[in-house]
Design a protein around this ligand. Structure first.
Ligand code: SF4
Length: 448
């Protein structure tokens, strides 16, 4: 049978889709690039914000004519909802007239049997299947993710989260933390080198709480960075509570570990941080950034911020503004609070910040961060940085793009260099999000 797989949401979902492709092709299913060729449509979904839910409901509605046509022609058509929204909504989403299979993130090994079961009996959408039990152990060990070609391979090192930030649905959709064994991860990284990948990004919901048989995240990242052929190692997403000195020292000393830390702040107000159950204060966060910059002077620090968490006042917003000015992040992803079903915040705190206030606050933070990012980027003009080539840019013919060590996008006039090559570039210009580089004829002397 032909399967069309569509993926929404975060990098963990994209990585899960690599596992799903592998599970299905090993079982004899064919992955097709066009939906009209498929007897099975799988939608791997995200539940992190309300508009992610709305997008999926809209997508399901567009499948109504296709389901009707396929049922008339073939007698069956499987539409499977996978991922966090499937885990979060379970039976509720089965009420949608096109969905006949719901499978949560820990149940993808069962997909071949579930699809076969539904498609054999689904003549009038009379069989519906749910498999959404969370597992304490599933890490998809032994499954070789079916990746698309590229420079970077995402390597899942742990799944789940035990932190229960009150706004976040992840602990309910992805279950408890569990880490993959070191040998299993290293085996995958060695294989990735043979497949031609130059960079790996270690991935997990709470990556720096990795713990497996006494191996810490600091131990793991050094082991991965020492794999011959791996030029760069990145990681995402960490929690500010788990940055012991050995981890910072590992990042500082190993040339292959990129000097970039994504450090989600969420709010600069102690009162809101406590309501969010983030387990640190604003001063502890500031001190951590100072320690990071002291141990790794050329580090790039980026963040996530939520505006409009329940009860957030203008004074709370001002504290976030003050913290952004103090820390001067290299860049920030800023979101409006969106209540998620089943979270502690949804049960305890009414979503009481009006939409127009959230909009005003997010615009204020965007404007501030843009100014900081622009200043930081312009300060790089005249310096020389190492860039890993990723390929031609779609937006600017005749130019290639790549990433700096600090994860900045750099564009530069096209060169003969191939994706995956590290090249020194002199920075000639900068915007809030992009650096403009030019090739050198001399070897690299400085690093950013
Ligand atoms: S650390 Fe908090 S925000 Fe991140 S996945 Fe866990 S609960 Fe969600």
């Amino acid at each position: 049978m032909n399967v069309f797989l569509e993926t929404y949401g975060c990098q963990m979902n994209i990585s899960d889709s690599e596992v799903i492709r592998s599970v299905l092709s090993n079982a004899g299913y064919t992955l097709v690039p066009v939906i009209d060729q498929a007897q099975v449509v799988l939608i791997n979904t995200c539940a992190i914000r309300e508009n992610a839910h709305r997008k999926i409901y809209g997508r399901l509605d567009t499948l109504r004519p296709l389901r009707k046509k396929m049922q008339q022609e073939k007698g069956h058509f499987v539409v499977g909802l996978l991922g966090c929204m499937a885990q979060n909504l379970k039976e509720t989403i089965l009420k949608h007239p096109v969905v006949n299979m719901v499978v949560g993130p820990d149940n993808y090994r069962a997909l071949p049997e579930l699809i076969a079961k539904v498609s054999e009996t689904d003549t009038n959408k009379n069989l519906q299947v749910i498999d959404a039990d969370l597992s304490e152990y599933e890490t998809y060990q032994g499954i070789d993710p079916n990746r698309f070609d590229g420079v970077n391979a995402w390597v899942v090192i742990m799944r789940g989260c035990d932190n229960f930030c009150t706004f976040c649905v992840v602990p309910y959709t992805r279950g408890r933390e569990r880490s993959r064994a070191l040998d299993d991860i290293l085996g995958e990284v060695h294989a990735l080198v043979l497949q031609g990948f130059q960079q790996v990004t270690l991935l997990g919901q709470n990556v720096n709480s990795y713990q497996a048989n006494g191996i810490s995240f600091a131990d793991l990242i050094l082991e991965v960075a020492n794999v011959p052929g791996i030029e760069r190692v990145r990681f995402t997403s960490p929690h500010p509570k788990d940055f012991p000195e050995p981890l910072l020292e590992a990042i500082a000393i190993h040339p292959n570990i990129c000097k970039h830390i994504h450090l989600p702040l969420q709010s600069g107000s102690d009162r809101i941080l406590e309501l969010m159950n983030r387990t640190y204060t604003k001063n502890e966060f500031i001190q951590l950034t100072q320690k990071i910059r002291q141990i790794i002077p050329n580090i790039s620090i980026t963040t996530d911020i939520i505006v409009g968490f329940p009860t957030e006042t203008e004074a709370d917003q001002q504290e976030t503004i003050d913290l952004i000015k103090t820390v001067e992040f290299d860049s920030a992803y800023i979101f409006k609070y969106s209540e998620r079903k089943g979270t502690i915040a949804s049960k305890k705190y009414p979503d009481d910040v009006p939409p127009e206030v959230k909009t005003r606050r997010i615009v204020a933070l965007f404007d501030l961060q843009h100014e900081i990012s622009l200043n930081k980027n312009q300060a790089k003009i005249g310096s020389t940085i190492n860039v890993m080539v990723e390929g031609e840019t779609d937006k600017r013919p005749g130019f290639q793009m790549g990433k700096s060590d600090g994860n900045m996008t750099v564009i530069f006039p096209s060169t003969p260099h191939l994706p995956g090559e590290l090249i020194p570039l002199e920075i000639k210009n900068a915007t809030t999000a992009t650096l403009l580089g030019q090739t050198l004829t001399i070897p690299v002397l400085t690093q950013t």
